[in-house]
Design a protein. Structure first.
Length: 293
């Protein structure tokens, strides 16, 4: 039996997606999320990593996708929990309230818990993830760790025992970065694509902590996957899809809309080579998409 595929991008609010995805001449009342949700069935919300979003904003999201029956939001956990690892009861309540809103509306996909590359495998790291799992025990949790030390049976057994989805990532193979190798630890798969721009990734690491413009911050994600790379990705995903009920694919190579183009191509490849409904803006910007519309 085929799993359910949720395929989308990391975020939707990017000015540089105009005019490659969002039209340049937008009518009064035009809304980016409504436009996005017409073509995709999920999105990963990145803004929740940087700030505690108002419940009114979340209500607005829910209203904007009301005409899209199967659309879900994957919420990225605030950096206080994952990178700073300093939070209080108010922080927990703020996150949980929004998760509950989405859950009640049947719009919650799950919670992405993303740790930095420096977060390596040891007893303390495992205990900390267990602590977060206990706090968010009633939602699907997708845990992203980027260090190769997590690629071992003890770590995978821990994920299985706690019903945690081990998030598979694709990124440049620098240092001890974990390899792109889909693994299954429960009935869901969560796969994120950061691009393979190794040169820009190294430069970004060298400038870590320094003031950077949006373009400089985004440069490491500036990468368009080739058709050959996408076929390789398709084969790896299909090698595990029979083991799960749901496959979530998130493209984070967002500059200029590359993530959108690649997401449409993966919809085509993973969903039986079907023709894909796309706006003409993206087909004009990426002419190779003509073959799949």
């Amino acid at each position: 039996m085929e799993p359910k595929f949720n395929i989308g991008t990391a975020g939707w609010s990017y000015k540089d997606w105009v005019p490659n995805f969002y039209p340049k001449n937008q009518s009064a009342g035009f809304d980016w999320l409504q436009f996005y949700a017409h073509y995709f069935n999920c999105v990963e919300v990145n803004s929740t990593y940087y700030s505690y979003i108002s419940p009114k904003v979340v209500d607005g999201w829910i209203r904007k996708v009301e005409n899209t029956s199967d659309f879900v939001f994957h919420i990225k956990l605030h950096q206080d929990f994952t990178h700073k690892r300093k939070y209080d009861e108010q922080n927990i309540k703020a996150v949980r309230y929004n998760l509950e809103q989405l859950k009640k509306s049947e719009r919650l996909g799950g919670l992405l818990i993303q740790f930095p590359y420096s977060y390596s495998f040891d007893g303390n790291s495992v205990q900390y993830i267990q602590k977060l799992r206990n706090i968010f025990s009633d939602v699907s949790c997708f845990v992203e760790v980027r260090h190769q030390s997590w690629n071992n049976n003890r770590a995978l057994d821990f994920f299985k025992e706690n019903d945690l989805t081990f998030c598979t990532i694709d990124q440049p193979q620098i240092g001890r970065a974990i390899e792109f190798n889909p693994v299954v630890t429960n009935d869901k798969a969560y796969i994120r694509f950061h691009g393979r721009n190794a040169e820009a990734w190294r430069k970004s690491l060298a400038n870590f902590g320094k003031p950077q413009t949006y373009e400089e911050q985004s440069s490491r994600y500036n990468y368009l996957y080739s058709p050959g790379e996408l076929v390789e990705i398709e084969q790896k995903i299909k090698s595990i899809q029979h083991k799960v009920k749901e496959v979530n694919v998130i493209m984070n190579n967002h500059p200029q809309g590359d993530a959108v183009a690649n997401a449409f191509e993966l919809i085509h490849l993973l969903e039986g080579k079907r023709k894909v409904d796309m706006p003409q803006t993206i087909v004009k910007a990426y002419q190779r998409l003509e073959e799949i519309q």
